[in-house]
Design a protein around this ligand. Structure first.
Ligand code: URA
Length: 244
């Protein structure tokens, strides 16, 4: 990715933009072995070597964000008319190619991962990787054991047969029920369509987890945070891209 030197170092969290400019002007940064004193110097982040005060630093711009998606935002990099999840993040993330991993519907809330690692994004979405996604759904009508078995058998939808899914009924009244569902796929409107196939309309949908990622340590709804090192390791492991 082409990027100005000061932006590259800021993206790597070396320091604030203004301090980074100072550091560069003071001659403390080398790119491919040569001291660069111009903060606007154009770099190629994938291939160039970065040395700060005689120590080589990992220049890969790989940042991963956990967003607690509120209702009302599209899951898209951009949209000409409607607000998207990217509106909740600082601009730098869009600039380095951070993209949502899969989609949550506009009215769905909860765990949404965004990453600039295209391969990680692709692998996490592959059903072959068996990355579990857990949802909590409020649905119309009373869920029964028959519905639980139908989910476990793999529901026939109009264009595909869903893989067997675990559904647990947490509460079942005549009007509304509350259930938790674990799926490995991520097809369009999958959970809503699965419930519709057994005669229940989803009224509210919240994603509790995506693979190893949960909201147990925040962020609050509408907020974001970067993944911890441990979460990042677990995610790469889930994607089959890194083994401990
Ligand atoms: N399934 C749905 O129906 N909607 C979502 O947002 C996610 C999964």
């Amino acid at each position: 990715m082409k990027m100005r030197l000061d932006r590259w170092l800021t993206t790597l969290c070396v320091d604030s933009r203004s301090r980074v400019k100072e550091i560069i002007r003071n001659g403390q940064v080398k790119v491919d072995g040569k001291t660069v004193t111009d903060p606007a110097f154009s770099c190629e982040t994938e291939t160039q070597r970065l040395v700060l005060r005689d120590s080589e630093i990992d220049g890969r711009v790989m940042r991963h964000v956990l967003l607690n998606k509120p209702a009302g935002l599209l899951t898209a990099a951009r949209d000409p008319k409607q607000p998207t999840v990217m509106d909740l993040l600082p601009e730098v993330f869009g600039g380095i190619g951070c993209m949502p991993v899969g989609r949550l519907d506009k009215d769905t809330t909860g765990v949404l991962l965004l990453t600039c690692d295209g391969e990680l994004n692709h692998r996490l979405l592959s059903p072959a990787r068996h990355v579990d996604k857990v949802y909590r759904a409020v649905v119309e009508g009373k869920l029964t054991e028959k519905d639980v078995h139908a989910f476990a058998d793999g529901l026939e939808l109009s264009d595909f047969t869903a893989l067997p899914a675990r559904m647990t009924v947490l509460k079942a009244d005549d009007c509304l029920s509350l259930a938790e569902v674990t799926v490995r796929e991520g097809k369009f409107h999958q959970i809503k369509r699965m419930f519709a196939a057994v005669g229940h309309e989803v009224k509210e949908l919240h994603r509790l987890s995506f693979g190893p990622l949960t909201l147990d340590n925040g962020p609050a709804e509408g907020m974001w945070r970067e993944l911890t090192e441990n979460e990042t390791d677990m995610l790469y492991e889930a994607a089959g891209m890194r083994t401990k």
